[in-house]
Design a protein around this ligand. Structure first.
Ligand code: PHE
Length: 335
C-alpha cells in the first residue's frame, strides 16, 4: 500500500521520470521483482491472496509507467515544435573523390556521349595482348619505349604497360563496328620523380568501322579537348611513331599552366603533349581477323595524370599517390 501511494504521487515532471520510474519499480532489480521474491516466505494458505495483490500491484505499476512514458513523449513533441530550425547544424567532415578518379570519370563521360562503350581487362597480361598483337614482336626495338615489369614466375607474364592490351582483348571477341574506351592502371619500370612514376592511369580509345578516316580521329579528339578544357584551348598534331598505328600522331594542347609565358610543364614551348594516336595498323587488324580492306579504325591513348595536372595545375606526379590529406582535400569541386 505504501508503494502504491508513492507510485500515485509520481509526477511526470522531467524527461527521464518514466525511465527512472521503470528502473525503480519494473527493472530486474526493481521493487516489483523484489516483492515477487517474497512469495517463497509467504505461508501457503496466504499465497493465493498475496499473488492476487501482487498481480494487481504489478498491473497498477505498469499502467503508471505507460502514463509517465506518454507524458514524456508529449513533452518531447513540444520541444520538437519549439526547436529552432535556423540554428547551424553540427559540421561533419565529408570525403572527396581522388582527383584522378574525377578526371577519369570526366574523360569517360565525354567519350560515352560520343557512343564509346567502356572495356576493362587484367593488369597482369601476357606478352601477346600487351605487345605481340599490337605489332611489337619479341625483337622489336620499340619495346624499349615501354620499360616493362616482368613477372618472375612466368616469362610470358608482365604488368601491362598500356591499356592497348584491352583493345586487343576487345578485338579478339568483337567484330566491327567497335567503339570502346579502355580506362585503367598501367605500369612502367621508371624511376619515380616529379615527372614520371612506376604506375599511372591511361584511357585508350578504339574505333573501327567502314570508312573511318583520320578526319574522324581529329574531330573526335578536338571534341574531347573542347569538352575537357574549354573552347579557347588550341590543339596541334605532330607526326609520330607507334608500331600499332600508321600514320601516327601526337596531340599537343596549348599550355594551361603558364598560358604561353613558359613553365616547367611545357618546358617553355607553350605546348603540352597529351596523347598519342593514329590509324590502326593493318597488321593489328589482321591479327584479329579483321579485313583492312573493308574496315579501318583509329586509336588513341592518354595519361590521366597529365590531363589532371593541366586541369588542376598539379606540379608533381608523386602527389597523386602519397595520400597527403592537405593535397587531397583541395579537390572539392567537380571537373
Ligand atoms: N599505347 C600508347 C602508349 O601507351 C598510346 C597510343 C594508343 C598511341 C593508341 C597510339 C594509339 O603510349
Amino acid at each position: 500500500e505504501q508503494h502504491k501511494a508513492d507510485i500515485a504521487a509520481y509526477e511526470p515532471d522531467s524527461a527521464d521520470t518514466a525511465e527512472t520510474f521503470r528502473i525503480k519499480y519494473l527493472g530486474t532489480k526493481g521493487i516489483v521483482k523484489a516483492i515477487m521474491g517474497e512469495m517463497k516466505n509467504v505461508p501457503n494458505e496466504q499465497k493465493k491472496n498475496f499473488g492476487q495483490l501482487l498481480n494487481e500491484f504489478k498491473k497498477f505499476t505498469e499502467e503508471k509507467y505507460e502514463l509517465l512514458k506518454a507524458a514524456t513523449e508529449n513533452t518531447g513533441a513540444a520541444s520538437h515544435a519549439s526547436f529552432d530550425w535556423t540554428l547551424p547544424g553540427d559540421p561533419f567532415p565529408v570525403g572527396t573523390r581522388h582527383p584522378i578518379t574525377m578526371v577519369r570519370n570526366k574523360i569517360v563521360s565525354i567519350f560515352q556521349h560520343l557512343g564509346f562503350a567502356i572495356a576493362e581487362g587484367p593488369e597482369i597480361e601476357d606478352d601477346w595482348h600487351n605487345f605481340g598483337a599490337m605489332n611489337l614482336p619479341a625483337d622489336h626495338p620499340a619495346r624499349d619505349m615501354q620499360d616493362t615489369f616482368y613477372i618472375n614466375q612466368n616469362p610470358d607474364w608482365l604488368l601491362r604497360t598500356h591499356t592497348s592490351s584491352v583493345q586487343a582483348r576487345v578485338m579478339e571477341k568483337q567484330k566491327p563496328p567497335i567503339r570502346v574506351i579502355c580506362p585503367g592502371r598501367v605500369y612502367r619500370n621508371e624511376t619515380i620523380s616529379a615527372r614520371a612514376h612506376c604506375f599511372f592511369h591511361q584511357i585508350e580509345g578504339l574505333c573501327i568501322d567502314e570508312h573511318v578516316s583520320f578526319a574522324d580521329l581529329k574531330q573526335t579528339l578536338y571534341y574531347f579537348v573542347q569538352e575537357m578544357f574549354g573552347k579557347d584551348v588550341k590543339v596541334r598534331f605532330r607526326p609520330s611513331y607507334f608500331p600499332f598505328t600508321e600514320p601516327s600522331a601526337e596531340m599537343d594542347i596549348s599550355c594551361l599552366i603558364c598560358e604561353g609565358s613558359g613553365c616547367n610543364v611545357c618546358k617553355h614551348t607553350g605546348w603540352v603533349e597529351i596523347l598519342g594516336s593514329g590509324m590502326v595498323h593493318p597488321k593489328v587488324l589482321e591479327n584479329f581477323g579483321i579485313d583492312p580492306n573493308k574496315h579501318t579504325g583509329f586509336a588513341f591513348g592518354m595519361g590521366v595524370e597529365r590531363v589532371c595536372q593541366l586541369k588542376f595545375r598539379v606540379n608533381d606526379l608523386r602527389l597523386y599517390s602519397q595520400n597527403d590529406i592537405r593535397f587531397l582535400q583541395q579537390f572539392t569541386s567537380s571537373v
